[in-house]
Design a protein around this ligand. Structure first.
Ligand code: HEM
Length: 476
């Protein structure tokens, strides 16, 4: 690891592997965790990697550097470009997506979209989340293995469709649900993911080629979304429409500084962004949580004791406040964060960071995974230990599964709320068990990481409801 110079002259860029950029990207796609672990071990923090499409990319994981990169919102947006690094998402979300907006427009869209995912408006979805979970779980036959991913994805997709469109029933929603699932499942392998990273693979070679299939599904999704937008615009003057509180209603009512509404393309891109960002990540997080809870019987036992203190038909807000359940969700997102990195931050003007001189164009990566694996912050980082979150509080630069600063995930509160309600509903009503009790490694799904899609569980029976008082969950 390069030593920090005592002199005032800033150091050159940090060290990193010399393998050709093309091969480094293949490795990043095929074995992302090994890629990060090996580089961090060999070159320390920070290290440099090479990519065919970018100037030097520097990875940081120490909290002081992450604070510099992500820290206070306004100052950082002047120092870093935070949208160009997300171009890999453009084919899916479109260029008017929140993730690709910059400056004042980005801020305005965030202010518009954040409120429904927080506070009272978020809590109003509590009963619905529990009801959707019960409905999806009721379709799992007793004693029959089920694919964990398909259940958690079904739940999170139904939840986000309801938040975005309000009550959603009927053929259009059913089609939308299936197409969205198919589109994200297309990225469920390193090969499927590679089409996002290599523009040369983005060739339409017919309906059976990966990119051709993607384009056809995207077109079908767009048609459904544009039909919904047209219908809702046509109804916008009616009273029932003006009373709606779903996100599409909010977007339809929004006006820019010149009084103009969002165009159809802007609406489509924002809807797709929320539908994807809002279900794919949460589905993976829930699948991981179910795995860890059953894989570690001591975690499951403590959690069941805590859940049983609430009795049957627990109130969603009471569930969300449970300390051990919260700690299990936090540890789930620590050990294998769904997004390995925050969005890239690209230096806009010359600056110094941790003694290095950075020229405009340098790409800075706040590595969520490596920050969560630092033994100085998390002793025994490879062990799943929810107790660490009961024993101390971590700063936003030590624990950052949702990124930080001006790009911090707008669904942070919503995702955690949903995770707790879904898990509590499943575990307090059904006895679930892993089909194969074995260690699991994460696999790539597009730009995120997830448990393997082959992960299966089985419903062993319904859980009897305990009415008696249960002992408090201790910290150890
Ligand atoms: C466990 C679930 C989730 C995880 C782990 C997660 C993680 C992240 C991360 C790491 C970022 C990038 C932040 C940065 O660069 O600083 C992000 C951005 C974003 N997330 Fe999430 N997310 C989750 C759920 C959700 C949900 C439920 C929604 C829907 C409301 C959502 C919507 C977004 C959006 C729109 C952005 C872009 C924000 C911007 O560009 O300003 N996410 N998320």
């Amino acid at each position: 690891m390069r030593k920090h110079s005592e002199e005032t002259r800033p150091m050159k860029l940090p060290d990193g592997p010399k393998t050709p950029p093309f091969l480094q990207t293949i490795e990043w796609i095929a074995r992302p965790l090994e890629y990060l672990d090996e580089r961090a071990q060999r070159y320390g923090d920070p290290f440099r990697v090479l990519s065919p499409h970018w100037p030097p990319i520097l990875y940081f994981s120490n909290p002081a550097a992450l604070q510099e990169i992500l820290g206070s919102e306004t100052e950082r947006s002047e120092r870093f470009d935070t949208s160009k690094g997300n171009l890999v998402l453009k084919p899916v979300v479109g260029e008017q997506s929140l993730t690709l907006l910059e400056g004042e427009r980005h801020l305005r869209q965030r202010r518009l979209l954040m409120p429904p995912f927080h506070g009272e408006r978020m809590r109003a979805y509590g009963e619905l989340i529990c009801a959707i979970t019960t409905e999806v779980m009721s379709q799992c036959a007793l004693g029959q293995p089920f694919t964990v991913r398909s259940v958690t994805q079904d739940i999170s997709l139904k939840v986000i469709l309801s938040t975005v469109f309000g009550l959603c029933e009927g053929a259009r929603y059913e089609q939308l649900r299936q197409l969205l699932s198919q589109l994200v499942d297309g990225f469920a392998s390193p090969l499927g993911s590679a089409v996002l990273f290599y523009r040369s693979l983005q060739q339409d070679l017919g309906a059976w080629s990966p990119w051709g299939r993607f384009l056809r599904r995207r077109q079908a999704i767009d048609q459904l979304l544009y039909a919904e937008i047209a219908e809702r615009r046509a109804q916008s003057h009616t009273q029932s429409q003006s009373e709606r509180e779903d996100i599409l209603a909010l977007l339809l009512a929004a006006r820019d500084e010149t009084g103009q509404p969002l165009s159809d393309v802007e609406l489509r891109d924002e809807l797709v962004t929320l539908l994807f960002a809002g279900h794919e990540t949460t589905a993976s997080a829930l699948a991981w949580a179910l795995y860890w809870i059953d894989y570690l019987p001591e975690v499951r036992d403590k959690l069941l004791v805590e859940l049983d203190t609430l009795g049957p038909n627990a109130e969603p807000n009471a569930i969300a406040r449970l300390p051990y359940l919260s700690a299990v969700c936090q540890e789930t997102l620590r050990i294998y964060p769904i997004a390995l990195n925050a969005f890239p931050r690209i230096v806009k003007r010359p600056m110094e960071l941790m003694g290095y001189h950075l020229e405009p164009g340098t790409v800075l990566i706040a590595s969520i995974y490596l920050a969560h694996q630092r033994p100085d912050t998390y002793p025994e980082p490879k062990q799943f230990k929810p107790e660490r979150f009961l024993e101390r509080q971590f700063s936003p630069y030590e624990y950052l599964p949702f990124g930080g600063g001006n790009r911090r995930c707008i669904g942070l509160a919503f995702a955690q709320f949903e995770m707790k309600l879904v898990l509590a509903t499943m575990l307090s009503q059904w006895q679930l068990s892993l089909v194969q009790h074995q260690p699991l490694r994460p696999v790539r799904r597009g730009v995120t990481l997830a448990p393997p899609s082959s992960l299966q569980m089985v419903v062993k029976g319904k859980r009897p409801h305990l009415k008696s008082e249960q002992p408090e969950v201790s910290k150890k």
